[in-house]
Design a protein around this ligand. Structure first.
Ligand SMILES: [Zn+2]
Length: 888
């Protein structure tokens, strides 16, 4: 039993050596040697059982009363073991009281507070209203696909709650527009812009500054290099010193190459582009216009200059001018909002900005201090007192008790501008309020000028909007610890003014969205390996629909890795649904016999509905739901259409439409929309008056030309008369009108001949496969039915490209074969009679076969035999050549 205990956290004074890290089989093993433990000091070694995510620790904080018992009570050991076992887990979660009158769906959600699926019961006695707070973006840069994963998955769950389960959801999201990253980024940009404005061309002085920035960057990020190295020597040196990492190896101490190595590679690249432009200045190798060169110099050296100049001048800026910061945050908030709308993510019902809650946050902190769960340090900062909080019986780190002493995570949570203070009472105590240093924006508080810590904003704003308790809180999985655990602690500390533990479950359901990784690496800003949402939509890597489909095909709480396989699964799901909807757009789809003899399809539809209901009740299992939809379509596709009851077909079409609408795959279409299908399956409206006549003419021509009796010119004329099109052509329809008239002209110019059928069909194929296809429209020919006029899909484009590539390959092979044949033929140009008439011999017989060599010696019989063989071969080749010549 003992070795199942991961680890134990004891009062700092009793730790002899802390968290000794070794790594046998890839998992971190951590141990603590603590004073006063019975027997062996290193008794509390860690197990190799990995808790979720971080393969780390479980914790146990002995109560002061137990510590006094510590020394050597014989029964103490088993007591501690037991406590360590039980407290490694999350503290108990209380299921909200059920409401007798409320009709609730049997919905269960995966709750991070229990790491299990728990029945969903809203606080609202009517079981209708659901309150939800979601952590929003920190607006200092463009959102990337990792963010898209988080917000789109959240949006999917929100839509299912609202449109499928019919809850009345109040969704509140914040915008973090004050934070260490924002301050740094805005200030760095401000100082850098001033520097560039003052030095529009690259002087030796600028070069000196850049060199110092280069040295500082190397010292901080690439410590194996001599920071004073000349930029011109950088490339050779870095390739030597970092050869292992550059060749895919690991940094010392790492078992497997991962994010650390990726970061080093990123630094190597950043320094390389700066070194290159600096070397150019040094060797005066720049030939371009000085201002053009300056632009390239600054853009290549920017990542080095930004932190360096900020260190030099950052603290001297006028930080009361909040415009320096809001210029950045306004811009990125607007861009974020647009990105989300492009991804069809619903706007929040309420949006809260930290800058608008400065006073409320200060008041929130004040009450935590009053409740004796926070303390003020000499510089005017305020910290949360974890020890006091726990001593009052509140569990700290409800979500991830095993992460609570992860110093790296704790430090990241505190931000890059945190004051080093020795006044913190506990190592993991975190800032509620930060005293502002010069160069940092500030708000007035009773402790002096300062600004909110990161975690407090969400506690304060969510409490301000939603009160003492909420149903759902959500965010990305990397926010679970410390951000969300600290939010929970702060809010409990705030609401527990009477110390009666009445309000300790601030959040009932905590939902965390899994990561997005690409080729095994987490997408992150610090690794610079991200693609922004904007870029990927602009480049058409993704459409809002295709991206959402990929997220629907992966569980919301699990990590999603974008692989070629996942992309192709997503594409085929989309194409399948697309094709189904296209068929449903066609009135012929519902023209079965009115009663229908096949009753299985109706049952299939009901079964699919029940399956999807079960999946969605099972913690929003969209993976299963997507599969169920796909299976129903397969059943439709393989059914004998003539036996189907049109009512069943229509029910399937309407139901699938409503589910894709609920999932947010169809723009703003409502769940109960009467329109069947989704956007993108119809051709442009302005094209229809020309496309439909064109298709009708073509149908008629094809049908007649393929008939046994063939087609006459008269029939061609009759076919042409079928398509009436408007004479008044709007600008946007001109390409379609032009295509129609060109097609007509080509058909009219056909003359009567034996091959007229073939010519008609060639024209019909060409307009379908080339002219219309290039305009994004496809005519799908069908037996005994008019062609289906539809947009070209990605699948079709791919198929056409593959076909063209195959044809090209075939063509190349044919050419090669022809050339080889020609080469062979050319060999036969020389007559067999002449082939041996060279200096090598001096006499020949009638057929030109040598009898004596150059010296007059008679040629041996065996040699003659060999020569004759060659002669026979050449004779054949020559005759072939002669034949090819006469054929010309
Ligand atoms: Zn938050």
């Amino acid at each position: 039993m003992r070795d199942r205990v991961s680890s134990v956290d004891v009062a700092p004074g009793r730790i002899l050596s802390a968290w000794k890290k070794s790594s046998d089989n890839g998992l971190p093993i951590q141990a603590v040697r603590a004073q006063g433990f019975p027997g062996d000091e290193s008794l509390w070694s860690a197990s190799q059982e990995a808790p979720p995510r971080r393969a780390c620790l479980a914790f146990f904080m002995p109560r002061p009363s137990l510590l006094s018992l510590w020394p050597s009570h014989p029964r103490f050991f088993s007591l501690v073991t037991f406590r360590a076992m039980s407290t490694r887990q999350q503290p108990p979660w209380r299921q909200p009281a059920s409401h007798a009158d409320a009709q609730l769906p049997p919905l269960k959600v995966w709750n991070s507070l229990t790491k299990s699926k728990t029945p969903f019961i809203p606080i609202d006695p009517a079981g209708k209203k659901v309150t939800w707070y979601a952590c929003g973006p920190t607006v200092y840069d463009d959102a990337h696909l990792g963010h898209a994963r988080n917000y789109v998955s959240t949006d999917i769950i929100r839509r299912i709650m609202r449109d499928y389960f019919k809850f009345d959801v109040n969704f509140v999201m914040n915008i973090t527009d004050v934070d260490d990253k924002i301050i740094l980024r805005a200030r760095q940009q401000h100082v850098f812009n001033e520097f560039v404005a003052a030095s529009p061309v690259i002087t030796l002085e600028v070069l000196d500054t850049a060199k110092s920035a280069f040295a500082a960057y190397l010292k901080k990020n690439l410590p194996l290099l001599d920071p004073e190295i000349l930029p011109s020597k950088y490339q050779d040196e870095v390739e030597k010193k970092y050869a292992t990492v550059l060749n895919g190896g690991t940094l010392p101490g790492n078992e497997k190459a991962g994010d650390d190595e990726a970061k080093v590679k990123m630094h190597i690249k950043t320094a390389a582009s700066a070194a290159k432009v600096m070397a150019e200045v040094e060797t005066r190798a720049t030939s371009s216009d000085p201002t053009v060169f300056a632009e390239s110099f600054y853009s290549n050296a920017q990542d080095l200059l930004l932190p360096y100049l900020d260190k030099l001048k950052g603290s001297s800026i006028d930080a009361d001018d909040h415009g320096i910061f809001t210029k950045l945050t306004r811009k990125y908030e607007e861009r974020f909002t647009n990105d989300m709308r492009d991804l069809n993510v619903l706007d929040p019902d309420e949006l809260t900005r930290v800058t608008e809650y400065g006073d409320a946050i200060a008041g929130f902190v004040e009450r935590i201090v009053q409740n004796k769960f926070g303390y003020v340090t000499a510089d005017g900062s305020v910290y949360f007192d974890i020890n006091a909080f726990e001593a009052a019986g509140h569990p700290y780190a409800r979500l991830e008790p095993w992460s609570r002493s992860d110093n790296k995570l704790v430090a990241e949570g505190e931000g890059a501008l945190t004051n080093e203070t020795t006044e913190k009472r506990g190592a993991s105590d975190f800032a509620l309020w930060k005293a502002s240093k010069p160069g940092e924006p500030s708000w007035a508080s009773s402790w002096g000028k300062g600004r909110p810590g990161w975690h407090i904003e969400c506690s304060a704003m969510a409490s301000a909007r939603l009160g003492q308790q909420m149903d759902i809180h959500s965010g990305g999985i990397d926010l679970a610890f410390p951000h969300h655990d600290n939010e929970l602690a702060q809010s409990e500390a705030y609401w527990d003014d009477k110390h009666d533990h009445q309000h300790e479950q601030w959040v009932n359901y905590f939902l965390h969205m899994g990561h997005l990784s690409i080729q095994g690496s987490k997408m992150s800003k610090s690794l610079k390996n991200f693609t922004t949402i904007r870029e990927s939509l602009d480049r058409k890597d993704w459409t809002p629909r295709s991206l959402r489909i990929v997220f629907l095909l992966g569980g919301w709480k699990d990590g999603v890795e974008i692989t070629d396989e996942l992309v192709s699964t997503g594409n085929s799901w989309e194409d399948k649904v697309n094709n189904f909807f296209l068929k449903m757009k066609d009135p012929a789809a519902f023209q079965g016999s009115s009663s229908g003899t096949d009753s299985t399809f109706g049952a299939d539809v009901d079964a699919a509905k029940a399956a999807v209901d079960g999946f969605l009740c099972d913690s929003f299992n969209t993976v299963g739901a997507m599969q169920a939809i796909s299976e129903l379509i397969t059943k439709y596709n393989s059914a004998d259409k003539s036996t189907l009851n049109p009512k069943d077909v229509e029910a399937a079409a309407r139901w699938i439409t409503s589910i894709v609408n609920i999932f947010g795959l169809n723009g703003a279409a409502a769940a109960d929309s009467t329109e069947i299908g989704w956007s993108g399956i119809d051709v442009p409206e302005e094209a229809k008056p020309f496309l439909y006549p064109l298709s009708a003419i073509r149908d008629s021509l094809r049908q007649t030309a393929r008939a046994k009796t063939g087609i006459s010119l008269k029939e061609v004329e009759a076919a042409l008369s079928r398509g009436e099109s408007p004479t008044d052509v709007p600008e946007s329809a001109k390409p379609y009108a032009h295509l129609l008239s060109t097609f007509r002209a080509k058909v009219i110019s056909l003359e009567s001949s034996d091959s007229i059928e073939k010519e008609v069909l060639t024209l019909c194929d060409r307009v379908r496969d080339v002219d219309l296809f290039d305009m994004g429209i496809y005519l799908e020919d069908r037996d005994n039915l008019p062609a289906l006029v539809r947009p070209v899909t990605r699948e079709m484009i791919q198929a056409r490209e593959e076909k063209a590539a195959r044809a090209h390959q075939k063509q190349l092979e044919k050419q090669k074969q022809e050339q080889e044949a020609l080469k062979r033929l050319e060999k036969g140009k020389l007559s067999h009679l002449e082939m041996f008439r060279t200096n090598e011999y001096s006499a020949w017989d009638d057929e030109g076969i040598p009898t004596r060599d150059a010296a007059g010696e008679e040629i041996t019989k065996s040699r003659v035999k060999k020569l004759r063989k060659d002669w026979e071969r050449q004779k054949k080749a020559h005759e072939a050549w002669q034949a090819s010549q006469s054929a010309k």
